[in-house]
Design a protein around this ligand. Structure first.
Ligand SMILES: [Ca+2]
Ligand SMILES: [Ca+2]
Length: 292
């Protein structure tokens, strides 16, 4: 690890320390990251809409046979007391349009915020501080998708994904020869039940570090998964992790992975303190596209 060369680097090093809750995060302190974008979800006691310059909404039943109907309602996604709250709620059946799948009776609403067409970046350090709902049926996520190419050609990175006691740290991509419908996954899992009991009630940080050669995923400053981009050998499609990605923050319920939500009491809780993006000013290949 190199010595910080100037006061800015020292400040960045100290900041990295603080962000990692006192854990000296591997590879962070000497990297020279500069904050290039953030949403701090600044807000007071009155619920207010998330910043529309940063976030749009997915709507309806979107993927994975999940139970929730995604809305753009303030009740499902709002900023209050400095936090973005994303919550699934229960209403009488038929309040929202029904879907074709089990559990899609139009009673469960939630939100999925996407920075698509608003903010995209290539390479950098993307980080979230949040508290998640780990009850059975809850399936929150903080993830990225590539701006071009179908899935999984475009690349998917699950920086935080939780369901059925499992925290997932995933990279998904496409590789020639696997057949277009079969994604490739590099997935690591830790069980929440193996963590300290107070883990579920506290805030944590989830970090993606991404450069030309690698994606590294951290939780609370501890490296949890590494993926080498050389594995993406696709030659007939987009290189998913050489192109810009956008960000998704969502709270799903049940569906393919979330588990049986029939006993889940609503609303669920997903509180996000901030999302921050750092890049290396010296890296000519890093890219940031914003609307504002
Ligand atoms: Ca790996
Ligand atoms: Ca905040």
């Amino acid at each position: 690890m190199a010595e910080p060369k100037n006061s800015r680097a020292i400040a960045a090093a100290l900041l990295a320390c603080v962000f990692a809750n006192g854990t000296w995060a591997q590879g962070l302190a000497d990297a020279g990251w500069q904050l290039v974008w953030s949403d701090e979800f600044d807000s007071g006691q009155t619920p207010q809409e998330p910043n529309s310059a940063n976030w749009g909404y997915e709507k309806g039943y979107v993927r994975n046979r999940e139970w929730q109907y995604y809305t753009d309602r303030l009740e499902n996604a709002f900023c209050r007391d400095g936090l973005l709250h994303i919550q699934a709620m229960k209403s009488p059946a038929g309040t929202f349009p029904a879907g074709r799948g089990p559990g899609q009776d139009g009673s469960i609403s939630s939100a999925s915020l996407s920075s698509r067409n608003r903010l995209a970046f290539r390479f950098g350090r993307l980080e979230m501080r949040a508290r998640i709902d780990t009850r059975l049926g809850s399936w929150p996520a903080f993830w990225t998708l590539g701006v071009r190419g179908g899935w999984p050609d475009g690349g998917e990175c699950d920086i935080m994904e939780y369901y059925r006691d499992m925290l997932k740290f995933n990279v998904a991509w496409w590789k020639t020869g696997d057949g277009r419908s079969r994604p490739r996954w590099d997935s690591e899992t830790i069980k929440v039940s193996d963590l300290a009991p107070e883990w579920v009630n506290s805030f944590h940080t989830w970090t993606m570090e991404w450069d030309r050669d690698q994606v590294r995923l951290y939780m609370d400053g501890v490296l949890r998964n590494t993926w080498d981009s050389v594995q993406d050998e696709g030659d007939d499609s987009v290189k998913g992790f050489q192109q810009p990605h956008y960000i998704i923050l969502n709270q799903a319920i049940a569906g393919d992975n979330g588990g049986d939500a029939s006993g889940l009491a609503y609303p669920t809780r997903y509180e996000i303190d901030w999302v921050r993006l750092y890049q290396l000013p010296a890296d000519p290949n890093s890219m940031l596209q914003t609307k504002s």
